[in-house]
Design a protein around this ligand. Structure first.
Ligand SMILES: [Zn+2]
Length: 677
């Protein structure tokens, strides 16, 4: 038996070779070829004649195209709309009920997930809808013409495991901004049309329900909308909200106003506060009734607009005071669909609130500007420092260009005051690395003591968010600690920099904390990040925009079905495996997948305070282990980093408890600096 903590002596088995990078594809069918997002139709067309063996059909362009679009034709619907000039435009998206039925029908692993959830939850389910914007092409050189919005949905009842697997989310909408902006009401109108079909259509989740067949048994899926998740910009576009920079920068608290507005001086009730306020007890929740009343005022004013006594300027003032933009076809002004948007439903994403263009990027920029000024250590130093690190194999390709994010941050800041252009997981790595840089380069500098203290408090907020997200503390505890930590952070920031750099996003962590008091899981951009990246990579190749929506959806659907059909167990060895000498029931491989995270030979991992380099991944029945070459601590650098050297022990760890290190680099022979989360 293999046991955790087991020490293998130097006679430990030699680890098998890395599996061949390119698997032979000859025997896969055309459709499974099409599920691969990395291969374009064009290259497939060239490739097929060379592979014409086994059951791979010959592919003419026409055959390929129809095979590519075969799946999407089962589920796609077209909404005929008129643009603001009165010209007809068509919008293709997947009908949510057909998509659910189709996916469950053709993907037995998904059917099993739904069947299990159906056995446990007979009543009305809770549906999460999330949307986000992306720009196809190189993220550091963007071309806004093909900017698009993607939308996914899933159900809380499917459980945490299914929620963290992007392939288990339904992906019904990709739509270019040029398309939805050409129609009155913009994205809000599109979302209204989609949600109306999804909840109130013939097979709506709130009306007749979606009939599913789960292993031969009928199940009528009914659900209400429990969360509408996006970042501030997404929610602004979707909910006819004036947005972060309006008079009402918070959708949750009615008494929070724009920074330094004159209204504060005339506030007789002394109830109003602005976004710089750090006293979370002062915030007052907006009720559904308040919300309805605001909408009613705007609708009533819109009817009288232009008539005697109500000029357009007065109408605009009314809208501004309620924080709403009026569009007749906007979702909140629809008497039926608007009912879905209850106060508790609006869910703001913490990743965009703190990391991307959020509190952390503000804090980071200010710190670097000050340190450049005082010590001549700024952006160029960090950009140089970010190079030369090793990352876990799974992420290495994307992570090794991280320094470009920082180059870009500096440049775009100079030009446009813009944000860090990187996806959520890249930003997390930037966060870990910059925190290490600050600890090494700045923490000993007395002239930077205040700035460093403020930066570290900001990091503490992110740590609490990550801990809660990973299920290491209860949601209620996370919620309380987050409020307290963010209060400390905000107060310190004000002491150090005043209120000049405070943005509406400095208030939103309080809203995130509030939400956690009501939610079962941390819902955030990470859940569907991979799904968005798949859509993005398919959109990158879709240059012809005449059928953009349909083509991208076809690609996403092919990829999703392909991945779902290959969906393995929660934990599994990846690639080739061979018997583990001396342990009859064990197998050894170079890669192991645990809950969607891939661990590979050569990666640095940690277990509690112990650090090791993975030498092999081993399975024994349902148990999974990592064989690691242990490293001993030489010097601690900061709270989250240290220098380690091999100590000639080979250990066995329980793979479920081990965590991957964030990054490492060799600083002397067999001696490494390792950074953790
Ligand atoms: Zn708020």
């Amino acid at each position: 038996m293999l046991k955790p903590g087991h020490c293998l002596h130097s006679s430990a088995p030699r680890i098998m070779e890395r599996p061949q990078a390119k698997r032979r594809r000859e025997n896969e069918t055309l459709k499974s070829l099409l599920a691969d997002k990395s291969i374009s139709l064009k290259s497939l067309e060239r490739l097929l004649p060379k592979l014409r063996t086994g059951d791979t059909p010959a592919g003419t362009r026409y055959q390929l195209l129809s095979a590519y679009k075969e799946r999407v034709e089962h589920v796609v619907v077209t909404e005929a709309l008129l643009d603001s000039k009165g010209n007809p435009v068509n919008w293709d998206f997947c009908c949510p009920s057909k998509l659910l039925q189709y996916m469950v029908d053709v993907c037995p692993p998904l059917e099993e997930i739904y069947a299990q959830a159906a056995n446990e939850n007979r009543g009305e389910w809770k549906c999460v809808v999330t949307f986000d914007e992306f720009v196809p092409g190189d993220k550091l050189k963007c071309n806004n013409h093909r900017k698009a919005m993607t939308l996914c949905f899933s159900f809380l009842e499917l459980g945490r495991r299914a929620l963290v697997m992007p392939v288990c989310w339904m992906f019904p909408v990709v739509v270019r901004a040029v398309l939805y902006n050409s129609v009155d009401g913009g994205f809000s109108n599109f979302l209204r049309i989609f949600l109306r079909r999804m909840f109130f259509g013939a097979n709506g989740l709130l009306t007749a329900g979606v009939p599913l067949e789960l292993f031969g048994a009928p199940f009528l899926l009914k659900a209400s909308l429990s969360n509408l998740l996006s970042d501030g910009d997404g929610l602004r576009a979707a909910l006819c909200w004036k947005g972060a920079n309006s008079l009402r920068p918070c959708m949750r608290h009615w008494n929070v106003t724009k920074k330094g507005t004159a209204i504060l001086d005339h506030d007789g009730s002394a109830e109003l506060v602005d976004v710089t306020c750090s006293d979370f007890n002062a915030f007052k929740r907006q009720s559904d009734e308040d919300c309805k009343a605001n909408i009613a005022v705007v609708v009533a004013a819109a009817r009288r607009r232009g008539a005697a006594g109500l000029t357009n300027t007065m109408f605009d003032t009314i809208c501004t005071s309620r924080g709403l933009s009026y569009h007749e076809k906007g979702i909140v002004f629809d008497p039926v669909v608007g009912e879905l948007i209850k106060q508790g439903v609006i869910t703001i994403d913490w990743v965009h609130t703190v990391l991307c263009d959020g509190t952390f990027s503000v804090e980071c920029r200010l710190l670097l500007e000050r340190s450049q000024e005082k010590l001549a250590k700024g952006f160029p130093c960090v950009a140089a420092f970010l190079q030369g690190w090793r990352f876990p194999m799974d992420k290495h390709m994307e992570m090794k260009v991280l320094h470009r994010v920082f180059d870009d941050f500096r440049h775009s800041y100079c030009e446009t005051h813009d944000k860090l252009k990187a996806n959520a997981s890249e930003l997390l790595s930037v966060y870990g690395l910059v925190r290490h840089w600050v600890a090494v380069e700045l923490s000993g500098e007395p002239s930077m003591a205040n700035e460093v203290a403020s930066f570290n408090l900001c990091c503490e907020v992110i740590d609490i968010m990550l801990f809660t997200k990973r299920g290491k503390m209860a949601m209620a505890t996370g919620s309380r600690l987050l409020k307290e930590a963010h209060q400390r952070s905000l107060e310190n920031h004000k002491l150090c920099y005043g209120t000049e750099y405070i943005k509406p996003k400095h208030h939103w962590p309080f809203d995130v904390a509030d939400q956690w008091g009501e939610h079962e899981y941390v819902l955030d951009a990470f859940l569907v990040e991979k799904a968005h990246l798949v859509a993005k990579s398919i959109a990158d190749r879709t240059l012809n925009t005449s059928q953009f929506e349909r083509s991208v959806l076809a690609g996403v659907l092919n990829y999703q079905v392909g991945s779902l059909l290959q969906l393995g167990p929660q934990q599994q060895l990846l690639g080739k495996s061979s018997p583990f000498p001396g342990f009859p029931d064990s197998r050894v491989a170079d890669n192991l997948c645990i809950d969607g995270v891939t661990v590979s030979v050569g990666d640095f991992a940690y277990l509690g305070v112990k650090v090791g380099r993975v030498a092999a991944c081993v399975s024994e029945g349902d148990d999974f282990f990592l064989v690691v070459d242990a490293l001993g601590l030489v010097t601690r650098i900061a709270d989250h980093s240290g220098t380690y050297a091999f100590d000639n022990r080979r250990l066995v760890w329980d793979a479920r408890n081990a965590q991957l290190a964030l990054a490492w680099r060799e600083v002397a022979p067999a001696c490494f600096t390792v950074i953790f989360f």
